[in-house]
Design a protein around this ligand. Sequence first.
Ligand code: ADP
Ligand code: NI
Length: 223
Amino acid sequence: MDILQKTIDFVKAELNNAEGGHDWWHCYRVWKTAKTIAIKENYPDIQTIELAALLHDIADSKFNDGDETIGPKKARAFLESLGLEERRLNDIVAVIENISFKGGNFEPNYHSKALDIVQDADRLDAMGAIGIARAFNYGGYKNRALYHPDIKPDMNLSKEAYKKSTAPTINHFYEKLLRLKDRMNTHTAQILAEERHRFMQAYLQQFYREWDGVLDAVTTNHN
Ligand code: ADP
Ligand code: NI
């Protein structure tokens, strides 16, 4: 069996009972999107991108008592078992260690083109139609309200406050999702992000209209 197929099987098995926004299919989408970006950006090492994307979320700290080292450790052990060459293995693990958006105050200190690409793909999956689905799925999993008109978004959440937040899911759009468009690393992802951003804005507009029972549809003159 080849390395890619072994990795797919490993990720599927690891994410067997995962929550719907963070499951095998999230890894699948990030894999496909990252590959698309890499090709468009003429990145030469597609295997590094594919393996890093597939393995980027196998043990999220949110579901492991905040431990952020479990995912990279598991990924490293798996890649070692494949006999992957040392340099590529280190590049992949570095991507996985550095990928996550940790609220507003996180300062990245590691850079690579592979990280740029996989991070863009991961962020794109939090935007658009799928991003909306994932946000409400996560909010439901945490038993959060959809929306509360009196609970305003907090645009300066620290990493810890961001993790502990119990705010309604709509707030997450302002605290994170609508800010992702300006955080894309690659030109290709910027273009993809614009479209997903516009879709989320249109969604929110419609959400508030429905919330307040705006009656346009029945008050418009129909000829
Ligand atoms: P990833 O690990 O894929 O980079 P996160 O762990 O930050 O992303 O979030 C996973 C998914 O859950 C994303 O779609 C994100 O928008 C959603 N999510 C995270 N925190 C919240 C929240 N407080 N409310 C609603 N959705 C959330
Ligand atoms: Ni992810």
